[in-house]
Design a protein around this ligand. Structure first.
Ligand SMILES: [Zn+2]
Length: 346
């Protein structure tokens, strides 16, 4: 039996996609915050492979190659430009291996170049070349599709999309919306997504930067504006109206954060718990979102919450909480009564 591709899976029901590898590897001590380059792909491939496995074990339908920011501009800044191709090919090989073993989709990944500027032709030529080389390696690796993500410029996302389509691959294109609720080239999220849908994207939507609370109102507008599947992959943080992005969050309970900005390495107190993420997944499903996931900050248990909210039982659900067996709070008849009586003193 042949494995189902992206389009078939989208037709069957929502596709779950775990993103956020930079943050997860940074927490584990294999990526440097700031530069945010996926060096772990070359330096600690076994760790990257395990993170892929953990996300699939918890319900991700997709293994996304860890090529986010493995592009020429980022590698130039850390002095590893000569390893660009090796890093991309290795990331793709690791993801392909886990996808093949688990039956998950195998996705390539490209993102904002940080070179692109509206109205600057030289920067656009440079961006095009960066997309072409990364998409080329992804195609050679045999990806099921390419994720093009975290674009602030609609025109840069469209350029990335053109190159993915020219390679004959399906494209999931997600924009990032900062504090200002428009792209950096002045489009509303829904107008930008409509433009990308018209240009041939297979899935459009938003990812990263905003938490569920401040992303979902924008997603609702996108669902109304397009007729192709919509993606929602917020960063799992408690953003709100005054601080709608994870860069804008400020921690009134802590005075020891250098510079006073919790982004990117002191965001823990703002992390959504698994119940909040379960609610997000249900809300997304009810809105008609067909490609549901999380970006920076996502941990495996969050992905399991999405899967369970969609009525699935990934392998990790075997270990989902069952407090009836807890020594103090449980009600299992085999538990010691004296401990249960003590529960209210804990
Ligand atoms: Zn992200």
């Amino acid at each position: 039996m042949s494995r189902k591709g992206l389009a078939e899976r989208l037709a069957d029901g929502p596709v779950i996609c775990a993103e956020g590898y930079l943050f997860e590897l940074e927490r584990r001590g294999y990526v440097q915050a700031g530069a945010f380059v996926p060096e772990a792909v070359l330096d600690h491939p076994e760790v990257v492979e395990q993170v892929h496995r953990d996300f699939v074990h918890n319900g991700s339908d997709v293994v996304e190659a860890f090529t986010y920011y493995a592009h020429r501009e980022k590698l130039r800044i850390i002095g590893r430009e000569h390893q660009l191709e090796a890093m991309n090919r290795q990331a793709l090989a690791i993801a392909k291996k886990v996808a093949a073993e688990t039956g998950a989709l195998f996705a390539g990944d490209i993102c904002n170049t940080n070179v692109y500027e509206a109205g600057d032709r030289a920067s656009q030529t440079a961006s095009r070349a960066m997309f072409e080389e990364q998409v080329g390696w992804a195609k050679e690796a045999g990806v099921d599709y390419v994720i093009a993500e975290t674009f602030s410029y609609g025109a840069e996302a469209k350029l990335a999309l053109e190159i993915i389509k020219a390679a004959g691959l399906a494209a999931v294109v997600t924009m990032t919306i900062h504090r200002e609720p428009l792209t950096r080239d002045g489009l509303t999220p829904e107008d930008c997504c409509r433009m990308l849908a018209d240009a041939g994207a297979d899935v459009v939507g938003l990812n990263c930067i905003r938490g569920p609370n401040t992303m979902m109102p924008l997603i609702a507008n996108i669902v109304r504006a397009v007729s192709i599947p919509v993606a929602a992959l917020p960063a799992p943080f408690r953003t709100h109206e005054r601080e709608p992005t994870f860069q804008s969050l400020r921690d009134a309970n802590c005075t020891c954060i250098p510079g006073g900005m919790p982004f990117p390495v002191a965001l823990e107190p703002f992390t959504c718990n698994r119940f909040e993420i379960g609610l997000f997944a249900k809300q997304a499903l009810d809105l008609g979102v067909r490609y549901i996931g999380l970006c920076c900050g996502a941990m495996p248990h969050h992905i399991r919450s999405i899967a369970e909210a969609l009525g699935r039982r990934p392998p990790a659900s075997r270990y989902s909480a069952d407090m009836s067996r807890h020594a103090y709070f449980g009600d299992d008849a085999r538990l010691k009564q004296s401990n249960r009586d003590y529960a209210e003193k804990l």
